[in-house]
Design a binder for this molecule. Structure first.
Ligand code: GLN
Length: 310
C-alpha cells in the first residue's frame, strides 16, 4: 500500500495562486461588516498532528468565524451536558438553507447542530447561569480548541443580534415548542457573540485539527473534549456541515467540513489534519467558491477523501 502524500511538502502558496483568477460568487451582505469583506482575500492553512502549521499568504488575516463555530458549539454542548445534547437536537441533514425556519416534526427539536436552529440550541446548552457566563464559557472552550485566546468583534456581535431576524424567529419558535430553555433574546445574543469570534485561517485550522486529533489540541497537548465527542461532531459535519450542499461536498471533497458566511471553511480529516480555507465570495449554498475549489484540490493532492480506497 502506498503512503499518503506528505502535507508538509504541499505548496499552499501555489494552490492559492491557482485560485485567484476564480471570480464567481457573491460576498454575504447580511451585516455591513461582512459586506465589507475583501473579495480577493484567499488563504489556506493546514494544522498537523505533530503540532506544526503550514500556511499560505494571508493566513493570518482575521475575520469573524460565523457558522464555522457551529461544530465547536456542538462539541461544548456535548461536553457540558455529558452527551444529553443529543436528545435535544437532531442529527439529520435538512436539504435546506442554513437559516430555514423549520424544526423536526413531532419533536420540535432543531434538525441538526450545523444549521442555525441547531446552533442556537447548542449554544443555549453550554454551561452558564446567564448569557454572560455562557458566553464566557464558550470563549474559554473556543480558546482551548484554538490554543490561544480569541477576541470577539463587538460590532459584528451587536449587528448580528440586532439584524438576525430569522435567528430571533427560530429561537421564538423553539421556545413555543418547549425545546429551548433560555429566553429567545438571550439565546440569539449568545449565538451572535460566538459567530462574531475573530479567527484567521491558521487558528481555524488548529481548531479543526483538535477535532481531527480526537479532541486533543495538537499544539498545546490539551485534551479539550473526549474522543467520542470529537467523533460525534465530525460525523455530523460530514452529513450536515455544508447545509443543502452536504451531499455534493462529500462526493467531491470527501472531508467533513463546516462552511460559513464569512467565506471560511473548516475541515477535519480524522487522524490526518485540520485545515481552513478562506475566501469571502459564496455560492448559492453559502459555501466559499474558492474555498470549495481549494478543498477539492487539497483532498485530491493529499489523498484525504474519506471514501477513496487509495
Ligand atoms: N451568524 C450567521 C447567521 O446566523 C451565520 C450564518 C452562516 O455562517 N451560515 O446568520
Amino acid at each position: 500500500m502506498t503512503l499518503p502524500p506528505d502535507p508538509r511538502s504541499y505548496d499552499l502558496d501555489a494552490a492559492r495562486t491557482r485560485l485567484l483568477p476564480e471570480r464567481r460568487g457573491k460576498v454575504d451582505d447580511s451585516i455591513p461588516q461582512l459586506a465589507d469583506a475583501d473579495p480577493d482575500l484567499c488563504a489556506l492553512a493546514l494544522a498537523l498532528p505533530d503540532g506544526s502549521i503550514r500556511s499560505s499568504r494571508q493566513a493570518t488575516v482575521s475575520f469573524s468565524v460565523q457558522s464555522a463555530v457551529k461544530p465547536f458549539l456542538f462539541a461544548l454542548a456535548l461536553l457540558d451536558t455529558d452527551g444529553a445534547a443529543l436528545d435535544r437536537v437532531g442529527i439529520e441533514p435538512t436539504g435546506e438553507s442554513f437559516d430555514a425556519i423549520k424544526l423536526e416534526s413531532g419533536t420540535g427539536r432543531p434538525p441538526n447542530p450545523m444549521v442555525n436552529a441547531g446552533a442556537l440550541l447548542t449554544a443555549s446548552l453550554v454551561e452558564g447561569s446567564d448569557p454572560e457566563s455562557r458566553s464566557a464559557r464558550i470563549a474559554r472552550g473556543l480558546a482551548a480548541f484554538a490554543g490561544r485566546e480569541l477576541e470577539v468583534d463587538e460590532d459584528v456581535a451587536h449587528n448580528e443580534h440586532l439584524l438576525g431576524d430569522r435567528n430571533h424567529a427560530l429561537a421564538h419558535l423553539m421556545r413555543a415548542e418547549g425545546t429551548l430553555e433560555p429566553s429567545a433574546d438571550d439565546t440569539v445574543a449568545v449565538y451572535a457573540r460566538s459567530c462574531a469570534t475573530i479567527v484567521d485561517a491558521e487558528t481555524l485550522a488548529v481548531m479543526g485539527a483538535t477535532l481531527a486529533c480526537g479532541g486533543v489540541n495538537p499544539r498545546t497537548g490539551e485534551r479539550v473534549v473526549p474522543e467520542r465527542v470529537a467523533r460525534d461532531v465530525i460525523s455530523v459535519m460530514a452529513t450536515c456541515g455544508v447545509y443543502d450542499g452536504s451531499g455534493r461536498w462529500m462526493r467531491a471533497v470527501g472531508v467533513p467540513a463546516k462552511s460559513s458566511v464569512s467565506g471560511a471553511i473548516v475541515l477535519s480529516a480524522p487522524g490526518r489534519l485540520g485545515a481552513a480555507v478562506v475566501s469571502p465570495p459564496l455560492d448559492e449554498q453559502g459555501t466559499s467558491v474558492r474555498g470549495r475549489l481549494a478543498s477539492e484540490a487539497l483532498s485530491d493532492d493529499l489523498a484525504l477523501h474519506s471514501f477513496a480506497s487509495r
